[in-house]
Design a protein around this ligand. Structure first.
Ligand code: UDP
Length: 316
């Protein structure tokens, strides 16, 4: 199998590179390095199953030779990133998806779109099932990501229906694990770094809003199963164990033994109040469900952030 992964140097993309190399794939990793990092794939450089191309897929993509799969994972994905790079986010979700689909069509390859729970917006149905159309503010600051991904899903289905491209759509819920950036901006890496540095833990709003956190290895396993399936409609992949953001902060404080204080900051505009995936379809169609408990996942991720912060401090 020869597999192109756009965004392959990102947090999830790089875990996918590792997983598929283990499965024997030849990987062509394309990344603009806007939010991805060479460090995430440096261990693969020199491996003859792996090739890296620094390229922004919002521009035309050229890949020589046969391609069997195109996995489109390129996009800023943390709210603070897509607020900083709104136009790039819209472009990679629209033009980047168009070019990735065009590549899949030209090569007669399978195509998999990394979509998101953000297509549900601030949901009025709970937990979120794939047949829920969502509650998104198109003109709010988060609209740049949410609408780009909704457009990407529509474009994927159009290429499937009108060009017969063999497509898949995964709706990814909150995911965490090693290789998240220290400055990622999302709650979990922020809280871990703040706790380890003895800084205040910044909870936005009341902290009663909920999320459901899936460990990266579980997510990648679900994505692989979806790729091998024949399912063209969207499939949620995420961990249905839902907690409040305050509870997440308390669990991280307990795990680190940190004396950091929790402080409250304003809630960002359009921040979803609740989020939990209904994973019945993933269970039924893919035989998938998450296996890594939050306790184990948080412990492993904390180990990674300890090492990363130590080496950051050494380099200062
Ligand atoms: N959040 C927080 N403190 C932070 C970062 C985020 O309380 O330092 C909140 C954020 O407002 C949201 C939740 O944590 O309600 C999850 O946010 P995150 O950025 O991790 O991802 P999202 O699920 O919103 O995409």
């Amino acid at each position: 199998m020869r597999t192109v992964i756009t965004g392959g140097a990102g947090f999830i993309g790089s875990h996918l590179c590792d997983y598929l190399i283990e499965k024997g794939h030849q990987i062509i990793c394309i990344d603009s390095l806007l939010t991805g990092k060479v460090e995430n794939i440096s261990h693969l450089m020199g491996n003859d199953q792996f090739r890296f191309i620094k390229h922004n897929v919002s521009d035309y993509i050229y890949v020589d030779g046969r391609v069997d799969n195109v996995l489109h994972f390129a996009s800023p994905a943390s709210p603070s990133d897509y607020l900083e790079f709104p136009i790039q986010t819209l472009k990679v979700g629209s033009l980047g998806t168009l070019h990735s689909l065009g590549l899949a069509k030209a090569k007669k390859a399978r195509f998999l779109l990394a979509s998101t729970s953000e297509v549900y917006g601030d949901p009025q149905i709970h937990p979120q099932r794939e047949d829920y159309w969502g509650h998104v503010n198109p003109v709010g600051p988060r609209g740049v990501y949410d609408e780009a991904k909704r457009f990407a899903e529509a474009m994927t289905m159009a290429y499937h229906r009108y060009h017969g491209v063999d497509t898949r759509i995964v709706r990814i819920f909150n995911t965490y694990g090693p290789r998240m950036r220290v400055k990622d901006g999302r709650a979990l890496p922020n809280f871990m770094c703040q706790a380890l540095r003895g800084e205040d833990i910044t909870v936005f709003g009341s902290g009663l809003q909920t999320r459901s956190f899936c460990y990266a290895s579980d997510l990648v396993d679900g994505i692989y199963r979806l790729l091998l399936s024949n399912e063209h409609d969207p499939v949620n992949i995420g961990n249905p164990e839902e907690i409040t953001i305050c509870q997440l902060a308390r669990e991280i404080l307990a795990l680190t033994g940190s004396k950091s204080k929790i402080i409250f900051k304003p809630l960002p505009v359009d921040d979803p109040k609740i989020r939990q995936p209904d994973i019945s379809r993933a269970k039924m169609l893919l035989g998938w469900e998450p296996r890594v408990s939050r306790e184990e996942g948080l412990r492993k991720t904390l180990g990674y952030f300890k090492d990363t912060l130590t080496s950051c401090e050494k380099n200062v």
